[in-house]
Ligand binder design. Structure first.
Ligand code: DQA
Length: 148
């Protein structure tokens, strides 16, 4: 059983709710956090929910989670498409990561089609709006349930 989950959000995700709602929906990051917190509480799992517009913060948080052996749900925003540093942090710290995106990046501009995170992630969930986060959490919890 897992004790803690880290949900890490990259640049501009603090703007959710007002940022391009036709692409990202109307839910704020605080609303997503509140919903995940409920699910985690019901399962007795601690939630560390963070957002930063700075790549280095995300690198450090991934390293921390990897060192602690705690799984990560990562929406790296635009850094998904650019950041070798984030991919190296995942590989280097052995962090177990589920990559999420609200939008279907493959149905958008070409520069969003490639993610440096995908090849070092355990799995990828995208295109389900804010529910991408809930689905990622469910996947983590299901994968770590004791054998029934
Ligand atoms: C995003 C997709 C990225 O291309 C974009 O830069 C974001 C959000 C998503 O959740 O759909 O900031 O990661």
């Amino acid at each position: 059983m897992i004790k803690a989950v880290h949900v890490l959000n990259g640049p501009n995700l603090n703007l959710l709710g007002t940022r391009e709602p036709s692409v990202y929906g109307h839910e704020t990051l605080a609303m997503i956090e509140a919903r995940l917190a409920k699910t985690c509480e019901a399962q007795g799992v601690s939630l560390h929910f963070r957002q930063s517009n700075h790549e280095g913060d995300l690198v450090s948080w991934i390293q921390d989670a990897g060192r602690a052996g705690e799984p990560v749900i990562l929406n790296a925003g635009a850094y998904s498409h650019t950041s070798i540093a984030l991919a190296d942090a995942i590989k280097g710290s052995n962090a177990r990561v589920i990559e999420v995106h609200l939008s279907n990046i493959h149905a958008r501009e070409r520069f969003r089609h490639h993610s440096h995170i995908s090849s070092v992630a355990q799995g990828v969930i995208l295109g389900f709006g804010a529910a991408s986060y809930d689905l990622a959490l469910q996947a983590l919890l299901a994968a770590t349930k004791p054998e029934s």
